[in-house]
Design a protein around this ligand. Sequence first.
Ligand code: APR
Ligand code: ZN
Length: 237
Amino acid sequence: MSAREVRNIVILTGAGISAESGLGTFRDKGGIWEKFDWQKLATPEAFAADPHSVHAFYNARRENLIAAQPNAAHRALAALELLWQAEERGRFLLVTQNIDDLHARGGSNEVLHMHGELLKSRCNHCGHLFEHEHAITPDTPCPSCGQSGGLRPHVVWFGEMPLGLDTIYEALGACDLFAAIGTSGTVYPAAGFVTEAKAAGAWTVELSLEPGEISTLFDERHYGPATKLVPEWTTNL
Ligand code: APR
Ligand code: ZN
């Protein structure tokens, strides 16, 4: 597809884009949901039943994240966003399912975190949303209202509504190119984005380590490590 034809881009990323930065994926061999039970750690019911364990799970992931660095794939998407803005080629929307901040640290200006962000927590008492790197426990007082027992990770759990869907569907309805990078295509609504993009007439591309559940829906597919695939793919746009 020649660059001149491409006007509006939507890019969706998943855990695979951060795998080479040392952050685990969920469903690969040895993945996070192989080691931990998401039903005990990533649902509102699990948090109500055992907030200590849920906070400990996210505190450990937050520590790993702070030690991790963005990789060439994150940086390549940041460069593409800059090019798109500099040459006014059209709209550029980067949506991530990841709760890490590696896209931002890799230079991306606008990242839509549809599953929330690990470096943010919010207060169920007063709604205060704040950034932090330190560990949180059920006894940690809210920095705004001072009450304890109300803080939770600003992460979208299973059964909760993802963030930014209006913006995402509006962009999908007007996009010419949709790329899914490092995602298994197993969790909706993100796994349905390719169908929305195709309905809008977009060219669709999958970049991943291996074919996933919805690979046959894509017009173009590339398999390999994101740090190799993404820089190559973005330079040919
Ligand atoms: N380069 C590119 N792709 C990779 C790499 C790599 N180095 N390593 C793994 N992958 C691919 C895998 O082939 C797989 O398709 O990344 C994908 C990871 O899939 P999942 O572990 O299912 O992660 P993801 O698709 O992001 O999960 C979606 O599920 O548990 C929820 O909220 C969680 O956001 C997450 C959502
Ligand atoms: Zn509060």
